[in-house]
Design a protein around this ligand. Structure first.
Ligand code: MN3
Length: 203
């Protein structure tokens, strides 16, 4: 198999009470696994693609053979988005941003509260399934959403962080209350990992 489901970097119950154990099991073991399985199925038809990092498949989505392009877009996107997602969270996370990303947030948004408010409001409004993003875009941080599993990498933008607003990410605990999930999510963000991604974005 070209691609593999990475293990969750902490226990399934570790993000409780903000994200419950059952949601983490279904989300990681079922949803993420399905994206990996479907991506592998597509790449089997063009095995030469399987030696590339999944991020590179997305960056070059327009050169993926047409017969598998949509499958790679949806499932390669799902794989890359979720791999990032598990890593930018941690138990006992949250708090104020630290390091270089804290400075950049101040520069581009004034303060953390204003940044969070803009992210939460923008992401709450994403119609249907998708993601809210903080992107590194031409030397500044911007906030955006994408539908489905579309990755900002397909538009040449680097995702510094993203939150999953598919209902599978929050419905068991929060039902239709997406804004409540968005507000709680900041309690589990991993600023160390987000700083690593910020460094990577600038390379
Ligand atoms: Mn998801």
């Amino acid at each position: 198999m070209a691609y593999e489901l990475p293990p969750l970097p902490y226990d399934y119950a570790a993000l409780d009470p903000h994200i419950d154990e059952q949601t983490m099991h279904l989300h990681h073991d079922k949803h993420h696994q399905t994206y990996v399985t479907n991506l592998n199925g597509a790449v089997e038809k063009h095995p030469e693609l399987g030696k590339h990092a999944p991020e590179d498949l997305l960056r070059n989505i327009n050169s993926i053979p047409e017969d598998i392009r949509t499958v790679v877009r949806n499932n390669g996107g799902g794989h890359v988005n979720h791999t990032m997602f598990w890593n930018i969270m941690k138990p006992k996370g949250g708090g104020e941003p630290t390091g270089k990303i804290a400075d950049q947030i101040r520069r581009d948004f004034g303060d953390f509260e204003a940044f969070k408010k803009q992210f939460n409001e923008t992401t709450a409004k994403q119609f249907g399934s998708g993601w809210g993003w903080v992107l590194w875009d031409n030397g500044k941080l911007t906030i955006a959403t994408t539908a489905n599993q579309d990755s900002p990498l397909m538009q040449g933008k680097f995702p510094i962080l993203g939150n999953d607003v598919w209902e599978h990410a929050y419905y068991l605990k929060y039902q239709n209350r997406r804004p409540e999930y968005l507000a709680a999510w900041w309690n589990v963000v991993n600023w160390d990992e987000i700083n690593k991604r910020f460094d990577q974005a600038q390379k």
